[in-house]
Design a protein. Structure first.
Length: 248
């Protein structure tokens, strides 16, 4: 078998892997979280948001952003679904159900057996296992200002479950981060943008999960973004235009 024929066989095999991966239908469950991070999750309604919003400079400023709302877990799932679709995979919906806040993988397999995912080949189940909020201030050389970096690091454990065999096809961890950098004077109280931090974590989680799933299903290490190139927006590459300046 000559080299040209070998290349043709390899190309056909690669296309076969991609076709198989893209034909797979995946359902994404609501994210849950482990008991070890239970204290970081809050159920906040609109009234509480408007009446309990702390002012810049208040003593409990840090506590005002060091939490995740239950509703924000839906945003994470939404970005995961969007990136899976963007990568060429098919995402299907489950039948309506009410999930517990601390579900286990056995609960998901139980729903699979009851037919809650009739059109899915696989079900993706994720559990937030670790998270850390950080508030760091670093002096800016040559000035009297400091750069305050507010960040969130989130680790989520994922399992991809085969709906036919109920076996776990793959397991992986996604570690993602979001941050908000603001410049102020030493001792000043600066309130970060929780929305920006959560959005960065959510977007980066979607990218990381889609990349992992495509790799596990034989669809390559990366997938193209809208401009034709895989673009993983690492928080550390935050452009200067996103840094907020604050003086008090």
């Amino acid at each position: 078998m000559n080299s040209q024929l070998l290349r043709c066989v390899s190309l056909i095999a690669a296309l076969g892997f991609m076709t198989t991966a893209q034909a797979m239908k995946i359902a994404v469950t609501d994210l849950t979280y482990s008991e070890t991070v239970n204290q970081y999750f809050r159920d906040i309604n609109y009234h509480e948001k408007s009446s309990n919003q702390p002012q810049i400079g208040s003593a409990d400023s840090q506590d005002s952003y060091s939490y995740i709302e239950y509703g924000e877990l839906h945003k994470f799932v939404g970005d995961i679904r969007d990136e899976l679709i963007h990568s060429g995979l098919q995402v299907v919906q489950a039948k309506p159900y009410t999930a517990a806040k601390n579900e286990k993988i056995s609960d998901v397999i139980g729903r699979i057996k009851k037919g809650y995912y009739p059109n899915a080949d696989y079900v993706l189940f994720g559990t937030v296992s670790d998270l850390e909020f950080r508030d760091e201030a670093n002096p800016i050389i040559g000035t009297h200002n400091v750069a305050n970096t507010f960040s969130l690091m989130l680790v989520t454990e994922f399992n991809l479950i085969n709906t036919k065999t109920h076996e776990i096809k793959s397991s992986f961890s996604a570690s993602t981060e979001g941050q908000d950098v603001r410049v102020g004077t030493p001792g000043s109280k600066i309130m970060p943008s929780r929305g920006k931090i959560i959005s960065e974590v959510s977007r980066n989680m979607g990218l990381e999960v889609a990349q992992q799933i495509n790799y596990q299903l034989g669809n390559g290490n990366d997938y193209p973004s809208g401009d034709g190139e895989y673009n993983h927006a690492f928080p550390s590459q935050q452009p200067e235009s996103d840094i907020m300046h604050f003086n008090q």
